[in-house]
Design a protein around this ligand. Structure first.
Ligand code: GLN
Length: 288
């Protein structure tokens, strides 16, 4: 704690309390271990990218996979540089460009409809609770999100995005949904259980789609820090600039970590450190 920096390019995120830290483990066979500020709220940010992607796959949106090579980008999460070389095709669904393309393809005739459908999808995974948009974070992203608008317009030029304004509006809203570390460990549990929620027995994704979503976490979940993270932690994970990291240990558990101070690549410093220690102690690395 204390060695990273709060994200400030979305001004509202700089209001987070840097002393907050939480770690929650939830096993597929029903054990929950919580420590720290497990109910401190934060916005979904890039961890939402995994869930909108899963939602799209669950509603028949597989065609998106033909338009993404599904390779790590090696660039910062909001980079535009490869889109020019690669004719508007985003590398994967877990960088901003790819996630905006996913948001464009969600069902609904406006951003609010699309988010309502997404919130319903999440509701089935969180004991009936509806996540709410944090209006201040949403307004802050909306006011400052011109890089994301640039990505959307660039992809629209190549015919890969239908409605750039609606796509980014949807994306800003999904990033602004509020949850906490305990809920994050809960909603991700199907990812650790071959696509079926172990607590309700509800099939969320087919096994093939679930494997796709989790493999992309392992290869693209921490942007241009994913290689070093694979060495240190070795568990498919997804981070967000508000400070969460969701780790999925296939067949066993989810681990959600939270601490809002970030390292230079936009990933939670204390979250990565906690996961490194835990992974080593519990021998969780899938590369072990
Ligand atoms: N809403 C953020 C953005 O678009 C999400 C980025 C992130 O969490 N890495 O910049």
């Amino acid at each position: 704690l204390g060695s990273g920096k709060l994200a400030s390019y979305i001004p509202e995120l700089a209001r987070a309390d840097p002393s907050k830290f939480a770690l929650v483990l939830r096993s597929v066979d029903g054990h929950v271990v919580r420590s720290g500020h497990a109910e401190e709220p934060f916005t979904f940010q890039s961890v939402s990218k995994v869930f909108t992607f899963c939602y799209l796959l669950s509603t028949g949106g597989d065609a998106i996979l033909d338009q993404m090579p599904c390779e790590p980008s090696g660039d910062a999460f909001h980079s535009i540089v490869r889109l020019e070389d690669e004719h508007g095709h985003p590398r994967n669904p877990y960088i901003n460009a790819g996630a905006i393309m996913v948001s464009d393809r969600l069902r609904g005739s406006n951003a609010k409809d699309k988010i309502d459908g997404f919130v319903d999808f999440l509701r089935a995974l969180s004991e009936g609770e509806r996540l709410q948009v944090d209006e201040r974070v949403y307004a802050s992203e909306f006011a400052t999100g011109n890089r994301n608008r640039a990505l959307a317009h660039y992809m629209n030029h190549y015919g890969l995005i239908d409605d750039p304004a609606m796509a980014v509006d949807t994306y800003f809203r999904q990033c602004s949904l509020t949850l906490d570390t305990a809920r994050l460990a809960r909603i991700g549990l199907f990812l650790a259980n071959r696509g079926r929620d172990p607590e309700t027995d509800h099939r969320v994704l087919t096994e093939d789609h679930n494997r796709t979503a989790v493999a992309l976490m392992a290869t693209c979940g921490l942007y241009d820090e994913v290689g070093r993270y694979a060495i240190r932690v070795g568990v498919p994970s997804k981070s967000g600039v508000s400070g969460p990291i969701l780790a999925v240990v296939p067949g066993r558990m989810t681990i959600a970590a939270y601490s809002p101070e970030l390292g230079p690549k936009g990933n939670s410093v204390a979250g990565m450190t906690a996961l490194t220690v835990l992974s080593k102690r519990l021998r969780l690395s899938v590369f072990g």
